[in-house]
Design a protein around this ligand. Structure first.
Ligand SMILES: [Zn+2]
Length: 258
C-alpha cells in the first residue's frame, strides 16, 4: 500500500515535471516587464535631452526638463557646443539631491500594469501571425518598460527591446489615455526596424506611417483609441490598405520604393 502510493506520487510528479512547463510556455511566452525608475536612467534621459536641445528646439518639439539653475547653465553650455560626458555627474547629483522621487512614477506604473495582459496578448498574437508573413517581425522574449519624466516623448531601443515611456507625476501619457497604444507602437517599430525600414531605406515619415498603419490595421479591435499620426507620409496609404496587406509588406515595399 505504502509502496504503491509512493510509486503513484512519483509518477504524478514526473508527469507534472514533463508537462507543466510546456503548458505554461504556450501562453504568453513574450512578456513585458515594468521596471522601477532609477536615478541613473533619468540622469541619462536628461543628459540626452540637453545634448540635443538645439535640434529639438529647431524641430519645434516640446522639451521637458527639471527646473533649476544647474539645468539652465547646462542648456547654455550645450548651445555653445561645450556640453559633454563630463556633465553627467552634475545632472545625477542634482536629481539625487533635489528632484528624484520614486512616487512620481507610481501612477504611470499602475496604469501600465492594468494593461499588461492586453499588451502581452497583442505581442504574442503577432509572434504567431508573423509565421505566415513575407517579412520577419523581430520579437524579444521580454520587453523592459521604463518611465521618464524628461525629454520629448517615448522611444525604443531596437537592440534590447526596451521601451521608454514619457509620463508625468499624474500618471498621464502623451497622445493617449491608455499606455497600451504607445507601447504597441514602439514594439512595432522594433519589429520592423531591420527587416523593413532599414532594408528598404525608408524615410522617417514613411517609417512612422508604416508603423501606424500596421498597428491600426492589425489591432483595430484591441486598441480602438489608436490613431494614425499626422506626421507620416501619406503616399503609403494606397499601397497598404487592408489587414491582408500586412502579410506581403516586403513585396509591397519593394514595389513602392522602386
Ligand atoms: Zn513612432
Amino acid at each position: 500500500m505504502t509502496v504503491n502510493t509512493k510509486l503513484f506520487q512519483t509518477i504524478v510528479i514526473a508527469f507534472l515535471l514533463v508537462f507543466t512547463p510546456k503548458v505554461i510556455s504556450q501562453q504568453n511566452t513574450i512578456e513585458i516587464e515594468i521596471m522601477p525608475p532609477s536615478i541613473d536612467q533619468e540622469a541619462t534621459s536628461v543628459w540626452r535631452t540637453i545634448n540635443d536641445i538645439a535640434f529639438f528646439e529647431k524641430q519645434g518639439y516640446r522639451v521637458n526638463l527639471p527646473k533649476g539653475e544647474v539645468i539652465d547653465a547646462l542648456i547654455a553650455k550645450s548651445k555653445k557646443g561645450t556640453f559633454g560626458n563630463e556633465d553627467y555627474a552634475s545632472i545625477y547629483t542634482f536629481l539625487e539631491t533635489e528632484v528624484f522621487d520614486k512616487n512620481d512614477y507610481e501612477l504611470a506604473m499602475e496604469s501600465v500594469k492594468e494593461k499588461k495582459q492586453l499588451i502581452e496578448e497583442i505581442i504574442n498574437e503577432i509572434a504567431e501571425a508573423k509565421e505566415s508573413w513575407d517579412w520577419n517581425f523581430k520579437t524579444f522574449d521580454r520587453y523592459p518598460i521604463v518611465f521618464t519624466l524628461y525629454g520629448t516623448g517615448g522611444s525604443y531601443d531596437p537592440d534590447t527591446g526596451k521601451v521608454t515611456l514619457f509620463t508625468n507625476a499624474n500618471g498621464q501619457f502623451m497622445n493617449y489615455k491608455s499606455p497600451a497604444n504607445t507601447i504597441v507602437h514602439e514594439i512595432s517599430h522594433m519589429g520592423m526596424e531591420s527587416s523593413l525600414v532599414q532594408k528598404h531605406k525608408l524615410s522617417h515619415s514613411l517609417k512612422e506611417r508604416l508603423v501606424d498603419t500596421f498597428v491600426y490595421l492589425q489591432f483595430k479591435t484591441q486598441l480602438p483609441e489608436y490613431r494614425i499620426q499626422n506626421m507620416g507620409d501619406t503616399k503609403l496609404d494606397d499601397a497598404v490598405k487592408n489587414q491582408e496587406d500586412i502579410a506581403q509588406l516586403d513585396e509591397i515595399l519593394t514595389k513602392f520604393v522602386e
